[in-house]
Design a protein around this ligand. Sequence first.
Ligand code: NAD
Length: 699
Amino acid sequence: MTEPVTVTRDGDVAVLTLDNPPVNAMSFHLRAALATALESVRNDDTVAAVVIACAGRTFVSGADITEFNTPKAIASPNLRELIVTLETFAKPTVAAIHGTAFGGGLELAMGCHFRVADARAQFGLPEVKLGLLPGAGGTVRLPRLIGPEKALPAIVSGNPIGAKAALADGLVDAVYEDGLVERAVAFARESAAAGKRLVPVRDREDKLAAARADLSAFDARIAEVLKKSKGLDAPKRCADAVRNALTMPFDEALVTERKYFVELVEGDQSKAQRHLFFAEREANKVPGVGKDDRPRRIAKVGVIGAGTMGGGISMSFVNGGIPVTILEMTKEALDRGMATIEKNYAISVARGSLTEEAKAKRMALFTGTTDYADLADCDLIVEAVFEEMGVKKQVFETLDRIAKTGAILASNTSYLDVNAIANFTSRPSDVLGMHFFSPANVMKLLEIVRGEKTAPDVLATAIAVGRQIAKVPVVVGVCHGFVGNRMLSARSAELEDLLLEGALPEQVDRVFTDFGWPMGPFAMGDLAGLDIGWRNRKSLGRTAAIADALCEAGRYGQKTGKGFYIYEAGARTPKPDAEVTALIEAKSAERGIGRRSVSAEEITERTMYPMVNEGAKILEEGIATRASDIDIVWINGYGFPVGKGGPMFWAELVGLQKIVDRLDYWFGRTGKDIYKPSPLLRTLAASGGSFADARKAAA
Ligand code: NAD
């Protein structure tokens, strides 16, 4: 093991090099070593100034999140104590920053008198992304350095600040292209020689003056910045803390920040967000895929079908810098698809999120064709044609003939059997599902469907390319609807019956939005178009009393201005409609169902609990590797509220035994399979275990 802190001398400047691989997290042993080192140089008369630098690829990248909720996190010396030591140092202290100074790393740097940085360095307080706020003075010091107007969005969003902006805003004092540590030493030496009074960040108040003078304007800014984070406690607390930096004396603001931190770190939301942080990393570990399974090179991608999904999928690859050839059946369909893509980019330009130049660059990466021969040199081909096995068969048989050896052949199918699709080719080991979500250029989730013959390096490639195009990949097994859509079916199974028994769409949707979903299932149906499900049901010989009746009345949802709700011309806000209430009541009467009042609790139990139960079955069958993978699917593909951590994490908060009891109750009343608790769920509930234990048991 390396020494966590080494002290070297460059003349009268002491350089403290922190070394805690891989990212110099502020673990207890590092803090202890830094305190000792600071003590030794503080008392050394031959030291005129101190540089704090880091070994390896980055400056201190944050707190050690594995220490959260453990005694080590607060054991002395804690970060706050170290910062006080630095702030009261009688000799100049200079943080020399390369890589990423995030969270506790930036707070440590703000404890120094000066900060100098490598030109590629990044700065940020991303705690909010873990449901927290900076807990060691970040919210009180950053506004003093860059002004509260800039500190507020930086802390509430947690997004990084580049070196150039950091210099312009006053977060750092100098930026260097190269030779960071030598230059930091020179900077420190000059500061010592100049003999100027050292002003710690805590005592700098000039940048607070404007916001202090007009607090109501600052409050308006807070309201605006918080708009995007409804339902989450941490962004609100971040904003409160920045405001406290204006209204409270430094020490009081610091104590209050700490109080907020403790509240948040012990709360369920932050636990959920930290769970998701680890879950996303875990999802990259796939059984049977090891380090030796090197991803294949993907320099060119083919996409078949330029419809809703093909267009969005193509945009995703192009946005990730990979050229795409799109194949359609006819020139007209191709032109239509390309026009939609162009229109989507034009909207981004109009919104200011893309420049004309960048748009032109992206458009240049697309090639359109109606000839399969043009896909012969593609490294990966993603099929997004109609959801019919016959069409998929024809496409994959053709791909088998024309694709080069080693090309990966992927299907974007939502429900069809990926093993059957793979067997249409002579190379099933090169075939897998790459299931994108609509709109594919926006939604982060990528379900990678592993066929029984899919080669490990093909999976490794799909994961790597998925990450390259900024998706969150999760590997799942073959079954009807895979993880997400299969659980969605279970969540939706009782919706019609809830309406028939006495609930109304707006009441059900309200339970969902109160829970934190962006939209309820009926408003969602109206948005997607009720005719899609109607056509689907007809082809499968199924019916849905209410949804069918709505479609028969020409109520397809938003596109016709009426569905489960009514929409004012040009508006997207769903309004309850008396006609729909009457229609539902008539359907209940037709079936001889006496309508009764349905509670919010019942709605939750009959939608969310079957979804959790289906998740447990998916886990039991090995379709998902771990419960946290299921959470990642729901957070990134279906809008499950982040602060609740995903359906499986949430189920544990509710209590598995409670869920089993209520499933048993509803099974007793309805006899429906969706309520029959999965054996795994029942066992875990009885033993007081968690889904994480299920994984260990299976391993
Ligand atoms: P779509 O109807 O919008 O587009 C399909 C396109 O494929 C059409 O443009 C059509 O002309 C083209 N096409 C059909 N047969 C073809 C062939 N033999 N060769 C070349 N092109 C052909 O459909 P979509 O919504 O984009 O769905 C495509 C696939 O993606 C389906 O398997 C669907 O289940 C799946 N999917 C859809 C969604 C969604 O929300 N729409 C989400 C995930 C997955």
